[in-house]
Design a binder for this molecule. Structure first.
Ligand code: ASP
Length: 421
């Protein structure tokens, strides 16, 4: 009776972590509490994030090679890549347009008392030209060591294509890769067992440090971002799933809980890749040939939640500084935010770097970011959950269009079967 399945355990750990963290925040000045946060919660939480991150490179490489081998046809790969790119860019553009629309109606930041002496030092995001050059790794081992996702994807795709072309030899090597893939997924299962405690520590540490006090002066900005994230996740995605794939969203959302909690607690789409791939294949019924490609790609280039934050933040900062944006500026925001998402990795806080790029493009003061930075971590957690949901939605829709979706597995009530075994 008390034995809960893994997803329920993780969910409880997250809620409990939020409550414990919120309480600890009141006593954060006390030395023992400070020690607990930095030496227990922080250490266990970071060990957990590293366990997940550790898996990303081997999993992406091996499973992408298996995926290409399973497709068996280079033409199919090109078609899938083209569709994925189009879908990702289109949904990001929709997300940011939605954010601009909501923020225009609500106008967060109007009448806000501007604090002076704000500073924010800008990390320059990569230029489009640099992003294109760096798609091709100089050295694949270096790309792996540095966890550079797009160069790693390019190398893995080429390796997979060569494997297909090598016929008999390729078939032998493909078998080895399939076995390695199975082993990698078993490591995911092991790491999952550690998830409730890891999630508890990550969430309680964040809430203990951030508290809720910082939200109050920025409540309108905070709420507009959250409402838009919810609209995107619960209205736009379901409509896409229904229209483009004729699928039931209830099933999808139920099976996404665990992935969303991982994204929420790590604030990193990259660290969530292993869990998202595993869930897509085992619970949603997506063939490895699609999931292995679209999920790592999406973690890097598809950030709908981040785009939403950027749209609302741009208008918020414009309102605070009483700067009027023209419709041309709106178009610039949509284009810049959509393109900026291509070259930036899905790691915590990267959305702010992209925001700096957007603000510069429309001539808004980049120091305005200092206004919202205090509550960014909490929003980062939420938008990352939306980002990974978007990757999974695309994966399911593309799988359906490529006849690579097993509807029986999609509909089956099999969530957790593998993880608790
Ligand atoms: N943390 C987000 C992600 O990993 C990116 C961001 O919005 O900062 O998807």
């Amino acid at each position: 009776m008390f034995k809960k399945n893994l997803t329920q355990q993780i969910l409880i750990a997250m809620l409990f972590g939020g409550i414990v963290g919120g309480i600890l925040n009141f006593w954060v000045e006390i030395t023992a509490i400070h020690w607990l946060i930095n030496n227990v919660l922080q250490v266990i939480g970071q060990v957990f994030v590293r366990l997940l991150s550790m898996l990303v490179v081997p999993l992406v490489f091996v499973s992408l090679v298996c995926g290409v081998a399973a497709l068996g046809d280079i033409g199919k790969l090109g078609r899938l890549g083209g569709k994925a790119l189009l879908f990702y860019l289109a949904t990001t553009a929709v997300a940011i347009s939605l954010a601009l629309a909501t923020a225009t109606v609500v106008a967060p930041g109007q009448g806000y008392h501007l604090e002076t002496h704000l500073t924010y030092s800008v990390n320059t995001p990569p230029s489009i030209a640099q992003t294109i050059i760096e798609l091709v790794p100089n050295n694949p081992i270096q790309a792996m060591a540095q966890g550079q996702m797009l160069p790693l994807i390019i190398f893995s795709l080429l390796f997979g294509i060569a494997l297909l072309m090598a016929q008999d030899v390729g078939e032998r090597v493909a078998k080895v890769f399939n076995d390695l893939n199975e082993i990698n997924l078993q490591i995911v299962v092991i790491v999952m067992k550690f998830a409730p405690i890891g999630v508890f520590c990550l969430v309680s540490k964040t809430f203990a440090v951030e508290g809720f006090g910082a939200i109050k002066p920025l409540l309108d900005y905070f709420l507009v971002v959250i409402v838009t994230l919810l609209i995107h996740a619960f209205i736009v995605y379901p409509l896409l799933l229904k229209w483009l794939a004729g699928l039931d969203i209830g099933v999808f959302l139920r099976k996404m809980h665990r992935v969303q909690i991982f994204a929420f607690s790590t604030a990193s789409s990259n660290a969530t890749i292993p869990v998202n791939i595993e869930n897509a294949e085992k619970n949603l019924g997506v063939n490895n040939s699609v999931a292995a490609f679209t999920i790592p790609l999406g973690a890097t280039i598809n950030m709908d939640g981040t785009a939403i934050m950027q749209g609302v933040a741009t208008l918020f900062i414009a309102n605070v500084y009483s700067i009027h944006l023209t419709s041309g500026d709106y178009v610039t925001v949509i284009l810049t935010a959509t393109l900026a998402s291509i070259g930036t990795a899905g790691v915590p806080g990267v959305g702010l770097v992209m925001l700096a790029m957007v603000l510069k493009q429309v001539g808004l003061p980049v120091e305005g970011i200092a206004l919202i930075i205090g509550i960014d971590r909490l929003l980062d957690m939420l938008r990352t959950a939306v980002n990974v949901t978007g990757d999974a939605v695309a994966t399911v829709i593309l799988a359906k269009s490529e006849s690579a979706l097993d509807s029986q597995v999609y509909l089956a009530n099999n969530n957790d079967n593998h993880a608790t075994s």
